[in-house]
Design a protein around this ligand. Structure first.
Ligand code: ACO
Length: 348
């Protein structure tokens, strides 16, 4: 039977996945060095009480001299592959969501080679704190189209490189880390129920890590731009307002579309930016705090890593069990945001 290009496009377009995807593994890795709020208070005019009450963050981890983002990302991916019980040679696709690659040409191929996943294609994807969710949805397109069967999606960031450690308004928020999921096609009903992604570049100025616009002379009469970036700049209140407005809208529309009552959600898994944002979104859907996953206290905002890092922790300590329904949303610079509803199918 020929379905034609129309149905194919319909299938892979917004939100309706008919072919099955299963989430079968997760993993994470974090740097060894812990910096707590009191230690930050020795560098900038801040204190544990302010940081905890405004954000929920108690400490964060920072990549040190004998560590690297690629090593953390490789470890996270390997842990996900082991949980899935896959031979690395069966991986078709590796997507690294990051805004802080070690190489601007892309760090994913190095991770592919570290893993020994010689049959996979690997590439980077950048969407800041929404990056993991955007990468998960991107991977799902390859799987649902039937062109690939197994994908590893990694979220990893080293924002400590780009934070102004003398700016108390931003430096208290961020940390480094990596997380990953393993996903594959299945014949049965899809674990990925649906998703939606959004961006609004007109508000991008609220949060950026932009180039420095420094030019120097190349030859007489011609200049070239220096490859330099400025530290993270954020209008915290604007980003906060954006998150507590847009996340409930996008999640609410998804729940309505799939006729899922919020009482059916087993876990609310949001980008870990601020405990107050998690609480505000949970309260909008009357989701009790026991169902809200949060590890901000230990890691702060690890950007693209927060969602898989949190998922991995909750799967390994057996809070999240096979068959649980997860409502997930990522949001951040761009501005960009997205949501997905999925069932966890892993071995725990
Ligand atoms: N310690 C002590 N005081 C501080 C600190 C600090 N670390 N930071 C700011 N303050 C002070 C300010 O100077 C200000 O003082 P003033 O009133 O005398 O001027 C006061 O505290 C209030 O500052 P606000 O910025 O108004 O504080 P707010 O309650 O908005 O909290 C915060 C700031 C935590 C950043 C909050 O706005 C927030 O979480 N925003 C969202 C951030 C976010 O979600 N980012 C996610 C995306 S990240 C990505 O995509 C990479």
């Amino acid at each position: 039977m020929t379905y034609g290009i129309g149905l194919f496009l319909d299938l892979i377009s917004n939100s309706q996945l008919d072919s099955g995807i299963s989430f079968v593994g997760c993993g994470s890795a974090t740097p060894q060095k812990i910096i707590n709020n009191d230690q930050l208070g020795q560098r900038v005019d801040t204190n544990d009480q302010w940081i905890k009450s405004r954000t929920g963050i108690g400490e964060r981890r920072v990549i040190g001299e004998n560590e690297s983002l690629i090593d953390l990302a490789t470890k996270a991916a390997m842990n996900a592959v082991k949980m899935a019980n896959w031979d690395v040679k069966t991986i078709d696709l590796i997507i690294l969501a990051t805004s802080t690659p070690e190489d601007l040409f892309g760090s994913a191929p190095k991770i592919q080679s570290n893993l020994g996943a010689s049959n996979a294609v690997a590439f980077d994807l950048t969407a800041a704190c929404s990056g993991f969710l955007f990468a998960l949805v991107t991977a799902s397109q390859y799987l649902v189209s039937g062109s690939m069967k197994r994908a590893v999606v990694i979220g990893a960031d080293q924002l400590s490189k780009w934070v102004d450690w003398d700016d108390r308004k931003t430096c208290v928020l961020f940390g480094d880390g990596a997380g990953a999921v393993a996903m594959e096609t299945i014949a049965d009903e899809s674990g990925l129920i649906g998703y939606d992604l959004k961006s609004d570049g007109s508000k991008g100025g609220c949060l950026n890590l932009s180039q420095s616009n420094v030019f120097s002379e190349l030859v007489q009469g011609a200049t070239h731009q220096k490859g330099e970036y400025l530290p993270i700049k954020m209008e915290g209140k604007e980003v906060y307002k954006f998150a507590v407005k847009e996340v409930p809208i996008i999640l609410g529309k998804l729940l309505d579309k799939y006729k899922i009552n919020s009482e059916r959600i087993d876990w609310l898994l949001l980008h870990q930016a601020n405990q107050r944002i998690l609480d505000a979104v949970a309260s909008r859907f009357s989701i009790p705090s026991e169902k809200v996953l949060s590890n901000l206290k230990y890691y702060g905002n690890t950007s693209a890593a927060t969602i898989p890092l949190m998922l991995d922790e909750a799967v390994r300590d057996q809070r999240v069990k096979s068959g649980d329904l997860i409502a997930c949303s990522g949001f951040g610079a761009g501005l960009s945001w997205g949501a997905a509803l999925f069932y966890w199918h892993g071995p725990y």
